[in-house]
Design a protein around this ligand. Sequence first.
Ligand code: GAP
Length: 517
Amino acid sequence: MAQDDQFKKLIAHAKEYGYIFQSSEIYDGLSAVYDYGQMGVELKNNIKKYWWDAMVKMNENIVGIDAAIFMHPETWNASGHTSAFNDPLIDNKDSKKRYRADALVEDHIQKYQAKINKDVEKGRKKFGDSFDEKQFLETNPNVIRNKAKIDEIQSRLVKSLEKDDLVELKQIIIDCEIACPVSGSRNWTDVRQFNLMFETQLGSTADGASKIYLRPETAQGIFVNYLNVQKTGRMKLPFGIAQIGKAFRNEIVARQFIFRMREFEQMEMQFFVKPGTEMEWLEHWREVRINWHKAMGLPEEKYRFHKHDKLAHYANAAYDIEFEFPFGFKELEGIHSRTDFDLSQHQKFSGKKIQYYDPESGESFVPYVVETSIGLDRTFLTILSACLKEEELTKENGESDTRVVLQIPPALAPIKLAVLPLIKKDGLPEKAREIIDELKFDFTCQYDEKDSIGRRYRRQDAIGTPYCVTIDHKTLEDNAVTIRDRDTMKQERVQITELSKIVDDKVSMKKLLKKIY
Ligand code: GAP
C-alpha cells in the first residue's frame, strides 16, 4: 500500500475508534489542533506514566515539577525566544499560500534523494543477488550527479540559516526553480522571519494589561525553578528535574496530523551536571533514552540517531532520535547538551544568583545542563503508525479474510481486558460483571455484549485490547473462561482465579522498565 494511503487509513482509524478527533470538528475544525478521545486519552496517560516512571521513579536523583504555562515575560527575553524563536517564511503571490522557506528547499532536496533511491531499486532489480549497493552508490553516474546536487544545496541552506541570510535563502529557492505546490508558479515574496510564540494579555486592558506568551517549551519552567528545587529538595549534582506539560507554537507548516501541532505536549528532563562532565552525561542519556524507546517493542530499525551539525546557539552537542513515520524519518526526541546558557541567562536577566556550591571542591558555579526532550504526541504517533496492521487470515473453510489489529505494546494499551458474555441472558452478563468488579482495581476493563462474538473480537483488535475473555454457559458450572490473545488469536480455557496473574504478566509496565534499568 502506498505510504500516503497507509497514513490516511491511520488517521481514519484513529477517529473511528475514539483515539483522535479534529478539534472543534462541528465547526469544521481548527487547523493543527487535535483532541484525544476516549481511547486516545488512555494511551496518552499510559505513555506519560511510562516516561514519568522511567525518569522519576527509577532515578533517585530525578524529581518532577508541574510549572505554570504562563511565565513572566522576561523569561522569554532571557531564553532568547523573543528574538530568535523564528521561522523563515515566504509567500507565493499567486496562490497566497505561505511556506517555511527552509522546508521548501528541504522538500526539493528530497526529490533528488528519491531519484537516487529509484536508481538503487533499478540496480537491485537488474543485478539481483550480486548487487553491491555501496559500490553502486559510489560509481553510478546518475547517483553521483544527484548526490553532488544534494550536497551543494544542503551546504548553501545550512550556511544561509546559520548566518540568518534571508536574501540567500530566497536565492536558493530561485536557483533551484522551486515552484509553489498549489499554484505551480515561482512568483515569490521576500523571505521574512516570523516568531512562533502565541501572545496573550495578562489582566484587563484598562488595568494596563501586560503582554505575555503561551510557553513554547516546558524547559524554561524547570530552569526558573532550579534554585527552588535544589534548595528545598537538598539536591546534589548531578540531579535532574522532569516535567510533562503543554507547549504552544504558531507553526506555519502544520501538516502531518499530530506530528506538528500548534498545541502539543512535551516530556522534558533537565539534568544538571558539573561543567566538564556534560559529554559523559550526554552519552549516558542518549543510551537510556534509546533503550526507553526500544523497550516498547516497536521495530528497532525504525529508530536512528541524527547528530546535529548546525547547533542551536545554546548547545555544544546535540542528537535527535528520529523515527520512521509514514512520511519518512523525522525527529521524535532531542538530547542536547545546553551548557550553562539558560541558567546564566536567567541569572543575568533576574539579577538573582543561580549557582551551585560544591562542598567537595568549595567552589560555586553555574551548572551545565543535559536535556532530554520528547514530544508526547509524536510518541503517540510512533505507536499508532508502527502498530496498526491489516492481516490476511485464512478461515477454517479455506476462505481468506482480513482483520485490522492495533498491536499496541500491552503495557500501554488503553483497555487491557474485554469481558464478553457469549449471550445477553442466562446469567452470563452477571457473571461477566462479577469478573470486571474484581479486576477493575488493577486493569482497565471493558464490557461488551453487542453483536456476535467474532465481531466483538474484531472490535477489540481494532482498539488494541491485548486480551478478550468470553463467558459461556459452562463458566457457570466450572468457573472457567476462554481467554483470547490479541496477537496470536489463540484461545485457552483458564480458571477465573488465574485471570489476574495472566493479564498482569502481559500488561505490567515493570517489564518495560526492567529492560531499561
Ligand atoms: N526544550 C527543547 C525543545 O523544545 P524542540 O526540538 O523544539 O526542543 C522537543 O522540541 C520535542 O517536542 C521535539 O522532538 C518533538 O517531539 C516535540 N515537538 C516540537 N514541536 C512540536 C509540534 N509543533 N508538534 C508536536 N510536537 C512537537
